[in-house]
Design a protein around this ligand. Sequence first.
Ligand SMILES: *Cc1c(COP(=O)(O)O)cnc(C)c1O
Length: 217
Amino acid sequence: MMSLTEIRSRIDRAAQGAGRDAGKISLIAVSKMQPDDAVESVLAQGHRVFGENRVQEAAGKWPDFRKRFDGIELHLIGPLQTNKARQAMELAQAIHSLDRPKLAQTLARLSDEIGACPELFVQVNTGLEPQKAGILPADLDPFVAECRALSLPVVGLMCIPPVEEEAALHFALLARMAARNGLAGLSMGMSADFETAIALGATHVRVGSAIFGARHA
Ligand SMILES: *Cc1c(COP(=O)(O)O)cnc(C)c1O
């Protein structure tokens, strides 16, 4: 486990090495399954951007933190069931797991009702893993077009590379797919590989255990 300051300086160095502006890279502190006092300590250090996997867990802790800390930006990074979509839209400023047409249709209907929608990242199954969520690379371009036709605010792509493969190949593929679709956002890179992701263009890195330590089940 490293301090937030250490992670920030590693982000700065990685950005510098890639000739990029570190100020354009958002550090999402992934607080899923972490004790409240650990999250509170990161809030107290001035950090405001957090990621959660589950709507239920996010709903249990973030409304209280929001009462005590201004300017919290919450990113939902885990799989989203359609029956939790409304709650997710009310809680989060961004959803990184738009991974199927049915969810796109539900989000579009709800954003008409609510009058707002969080920023959306399309999750791509770059490793073609049968057990993993995400749009297959071959289906991505028509899916992005479908989301745009529904007026959804798609800002980028997200991926979780297969554990046993070279992450850089997946990050490079995701970057090419985003560029081809005119999308500026790239949500990629976790504790083990966020510097590689930054070198390949990540705009949002999702870092959990390197900030908070091992998760508590
Ligand atoms: C848990 C999780 C992370 C953070 O993982 P670490 O290895 O702890 O940094 C990032 N992205 C997603 C989608 C996650 O589920």
